[in-house]
Design a protein around this ligand. Structure first.
Ligand code: KIV
Ligand code: ZN
Length: 403
């Protein structure tokens, strides 16, 4: 069944309701890889693509084949290797780009050509030098051309959030008529707000002709730190595809972070009433793999997958966690593939956490001994940022850990 047919009859390939599933379109290897410091060679891209397929992404944007011979080869490698995930290639609305994308995808079991063209007044005038009509006609001709190669064609109206909504509705209506089955409204420059996102998607769903024949998609950049909130706002207004990247890598401040969107939909499932096909236990390993292949570390406080995402140092929080984990954790670390919560011992930690860690290391103390040990622990913690098990062993034996 083509995605277009699936969209129109309300079911997808798995027989679930297409209405309550959000498709995860991963663009780590295209928009993510375009960012300075994140480029990946063919081998790294293939390795990431296999991890992303295992993670359960629905569509994987493997690259922009016209950009370079290496990008073409990477898309070709991935197209040959993947089994169930749709492999997507990006192309400008130019027949050369489209033909190259189709060649790079020819061995894919499932493929998609992703076309993009700017629609905003600023881009029409200063980047393209095209009128509205020329943009519309170019989009239609390109979609028709791409459909000769591939059943599954996505059209992106670049800078959609700064485009006149009436023109966007016109171009999306024409795109559906020309054969596009996914319509993407990117916030290319990360300018919009969640309320504006809701307004635009609600408008498009009611003003685009035959809107039910297409899947609406959001693609948000993080220039103002709102990419995930904006993606979720679009979903709440009917978008059923989100374009995102692992660890939120991407142009400038990055794209919406896949792991954050997926966990927001899961943790707040009663609020959204939607699901994805992502195996969330693979989020952390996939995030780690990306840091290894790009050599770019994550900030410790990165949501969902950062080193501190399930770590607690303050005594009050540790005390709460030891009584009931729900006091300070809204998701289980195991659900994102992290082995366990860590109670980090430092100057903010309390007696309960210290006693628990010492007992785990095999040391039991009565209350008096614990009082004196706790004092020595605090003096040490003021000196050191983090107290490791070796330090505790030395303290427990009455030695100076730094001696
Ligand atoms: O941000 C953007 O507009 C894009 C398009 C190519 C979809 O990345
Ligand atoms: Zn983008």
């Amino acid at each position: 069944m083509t995605p277009q047919a699936a969209a129109s009859n309300g079911t997808d390939e798995g027989g679930e309701s297409a209405e309550d599933r959000v498709r995860i379109f991963d663009t780590t290897l295209r928009d993510g890889e375009q960012a300075p410091g994140f480029s990946m060679d063919r081998r790294a891209k293939l390795c990431m693509a296999q991890a992303l397929e295992a993670l359960g992404v629905d569509i994987l944007e493997a690259g922009f084949p016209q950009a370079s011979p290496d990008d073409f080869a990477a898309v070709d490698d991935i197209a040959r290797a993947l089994r169930s995930t749709t492999v997507c290639a990006l192309a400008r609305c130019q027949s050369g780009d489209i033909d190259t994308a189709a060649r790079a995808l020819q061995h894919a079991r499932r493929s998609r050509i992703h076309l993009f063209l700017s629609t905003s007044p600023l881009h029409r005038e200063h980047k393209l030098g095209m009128s509205k009509n020329q943009v519309l006609e170019t989009a239609i001709a390109s979609i028709e051309h791409a459909r000769k190669h591939c059943d599954d064609v996505e059209f992106s109206a670049e800078d959609a959030l700064r485009t006149e909504p009436e023109f966007l509705a016109d171009i999306f209506s024409a795109a559906i008529a020309a054969g596009a089955s996914t319509l993407n409204a990117p916030d290319t420059v990360g300018y919009t707000t969640p309320a504006e996102m809701v307004e635009l998607f609600a408008y498009l769903r009611s003003h685009v002709r035959d809107a039910h024949k297409a899947v609406f998609s959001a693609h948000c950049h993080d220039d103002l730190g709102m990419a995930v909130a904006n993606s979720l706002a679009a979903v709440s207004a009917g978008a059923r595809q989100v374009e995102c990247t692992i660890n939120g890598i991407g142009e400038r401040a990055g794209n919406a972070a896949l792991e954050e969107i997926v966990m927001a939909l899961k943790v707040r499932a009663p609020h959204f009433g939607l699901h994805t096909r992502i195996d969330t236990r693979k989020l952390y390993p996939t995030s780690r793999l990306l840091t290894q292949v790009t050599g770019q570390a994550l900030p410790r406080n990165k949501a969902v997958v950062g080193e501190n995402a399930f770590a607690h140092e303050s005594g009050i929080h540790q005390h709460g966690m030891l009584k009931h984990r729900g006091t300070y954790e809204i998701m289980r670390p195991q659900d994102v593939g992290i082995a366990e919560t860590t109670l980090v011992l430092g100057k903010h930690s309390g007696r309960h956490a210290l006693r628990q860690r010492l007992e785990a290391l095999g040391h039991r103390f009565d209350d008096n001994a614990m009082d004196s040990l706790f004092k020595r622990f605090k003096i040490l913690a003021d000196r050191k940022r983090e107290i490791r098990d070796e330090d505790l062993e030395a303290l427990a034996l009455g030695q100076d850990p730094d001696a």
